[in-house]
Write a protein that binds this ligand. Structure first.
Ligand code: MG
Length: 212
C-alpha cells in the first residue's frame, strides 16, 4: 500500500560531502523544506520524468515515519515518536531547483517521492543505519547515518520545535554524496541496512508547461 503522509518534511545538505559536491556550505542549523504528499509512489511504480524538467537526479535517503503526534520533543524523547523507517528517494529536478531558488517545483513533481516498506523503528538504532542507492544495479551512493551533520534524533527534535508532527508524517533525512541524473529506461533502487527498499523504473512523463 502506498503511504499517505499528511506532510513530508525533508532535510537539505545533511552530509558534508554532498553539500560540497553541489558547491554548497553545510548549514549551521538543519535546512528543512516540504515535499507534497501527492509526490509519493510505492515500490515498482514508475518515476515519471517530464521532458522539459531538465536534469532529474535520484537522492537516496533514510526516511522516518512519525508514529505518534509530537511537538517540542527533546532529542532524548525523539525516537520514541518514530514508528517506522523507510527507504526514500527524494527525486529532484536539479536544473529547476537551481533556477527557482525555492525548491517546491523541483522536488514536488508527481512521482518524485518513492517510499519503501516500513520497518519497525523500535528495532532500529538510527545512528547505525546505512543507505545505498543503485542505478541499473550499479552502486552510486553509500553512507552511514553516523556521517550526517545532524543526527536523526536531532532532526526529529528540531523539526518538532517548528511544527507539530502527526502520526504518518514522513521525514527525509538528507542524501549523501553521489547524486546523479536518471533518464527513462533506468531503474533506481534505494536500500537501507534495516531492510527497507524501494526500487522504481524511470519513464517519460507529461510536460510541465500548460497547453496554450
Ligand atoms: Mg534530499
Amino acid at each position: 500500500m502506498t503511504p499517505a503522509p499528511g506532510k513530508i518534511v525533508c532535510v537539505g545538505r545533511n552530509y558534508a560531502d554532498h553539500a560540497a559536491e553541489l558547491g554548497s556550505d553545510v548549514p549551521a542549523e538543519p535546512l528543512i523544506f516540504l515535499k507534497p504528499p501527492s509526490a509519493v509512489i510505492a515500490a515498482g511504480d514508475p518515476i515519471r520524468v517530464p521532458p522539459d524538467a531538465g536534469r532529474v537526479d535520484y537522492e537516496g535517503e533514510i526516511g522516518l515515519v512519525v508514529g505518534s503526534r509530537c511537538s517540542r520533543v527533546s532529542e532524548d524523547e525523539a525516537w520514541s515518536h518514530i514508528g517506522g523507517v523507510v527507504a526514500l528517494n527524494d527525486v529532484t529536478a536539479r536544473d529547476l531547483q537551481n533556477a527557482d531558488g525555492q525548491w517546491t517545483r523541483a522536488k514536488g513533481i508527481d512521482t518524485f517521492c518513492p517510499v519503501g516498506n516500513v520497518v519497525d523503528a523500535s528495532a532500529v538504532l538510527p545512528e547505525r543505519l546505512a543507505v545505498t542507492t543503485t542505478v541499473n544495479g550499479e552502486v552510486r551512493q553509500h553512507a552511514e547515518a553516523s556521517r550526517m551533520v545532524f543526527s536523526p534524533r536531532h532532526l526529529v527534535s528540531f523539526i518538532s520545535h517548528v511544527m507539530t508532527l502527526e502520526a504518518g508524517d514522513l521525514i527525509a533525512t538528507g542524501t549523501p554524496e553521489g547524486v546523479g541524473p536518471v533518464s527513462p529506461g533506468d531503474v533506481v533502487e534505494v536500500t537501507l541496512s534495516c531492510g527497507s527498499a524501494v526500487r522504481n523504473p524511470v519513464e517519460g512523463g507529461e510536460t510541465l508547461a500548460p497547453a496554450g
